[in-house]
Design a protein around this ligand. Structure first.
Ligand SMILES: Cc1cc2nc3c(=O)[nH]c(=O)nc-3n(C[C@H](O)[C@H](O)[C@H](O)COP(=O)(O)O)c2cc1C
Length: 192
């Protein structure tokens, strides 16, 4: 089972990226295959509500990177979506991929069912809970399984590098990674 992390921040080496990297490092240490996908900062458009994905299930009419990312999501056993908090919510790129991949999953009869889904957010001071909620709503309506950690999956960080000094934030990410590994191992046993 592989673990796909998606960075919704335009900063490819910022706080969210480092948070996701911590989670993936724990998964890799346990022998899981991991990938960090950079979504933030890439041109993207939102769902057009055109309904064309129901005519060609699993493929969005806008043939940009979201189609390729959706294939990676389908292949993954666990998906970790990270977004910095922007005005108490997720980034525009993260919202676009959630709306479009959600409809693509629906067009194929809920292709993301029973995958593990976790959300993380870098936040300077306030609004991070709302960002996590927005991402987790995507997992929960897509029939996915959401693990927790020992705090909400945030780091208090403004400038790149702040997360790495947020000891509690790093610990929260490590525990999230451990919980993903724990779940993956048990799901594998059930499916054997
Ligand atoms: C457009 C914009 C809006 C932001 N809104 C908030 C906010 O509502 N609350 C907050 O605490 N921080 C806010 N921030 C700060 C970021 O969440 C913070 O810098 C975070 O560490 C960025 O993560 P990154 O390095 O992964 O991009 C905002 C930053 C930007 C650029």
């Amino acid at each position: 089972m592989n673990v796909l992390a998606i960075n919704g921040s335009p900063r490819a080496d910022g706080n969210t990226a480092h948070m996701l990297r911590t989670v993936l490092d724990v998964c890799a240490e346990a022998g899981l295959d991991t990938e960090l996908y950079q979504a933030g900062g890439r041109p993207v458009r939102g769902c057009a509500a055109c309904g064309k994905c129901s005519e060609h299930p699993g493929r969005c009419e806008f043939d940009d990177w979201v189609n390729g990312l959706y294939q990676k999501m389908k292949a993954a056993g666990a998906i970790v979506i990270g977004s910095p908090t922007y005005y108490s919510d997720l980034t525009a790129e993260t919202k676009a991929l959630i709306d479009r991949c959600g409809f693509l999953s629906g067009s194929e009869g809920r292709s993301l069912s029973r995958k593990i889904g976790a959300a993380v957010s870098a936040v300077r001071r306030a609004g991070g809970i709302h960002t996590l909620d927005s991402i987790q709503h995507f997992f929960l309506i897509n029939d996915m399984i959401v693990p927790g950690s020992t705090y909400w999956n945030m780091s208090l960080s403004l400038q790149p590098g702040d997360y790495d000094r947020d000891e509690e934030g790093v610990g929260t990410m490590r525990r999230l990674g451990e919980n993903i590994v724990w779940l993956v191992q048990r799901l594998q046993t059930v499916n054997e």
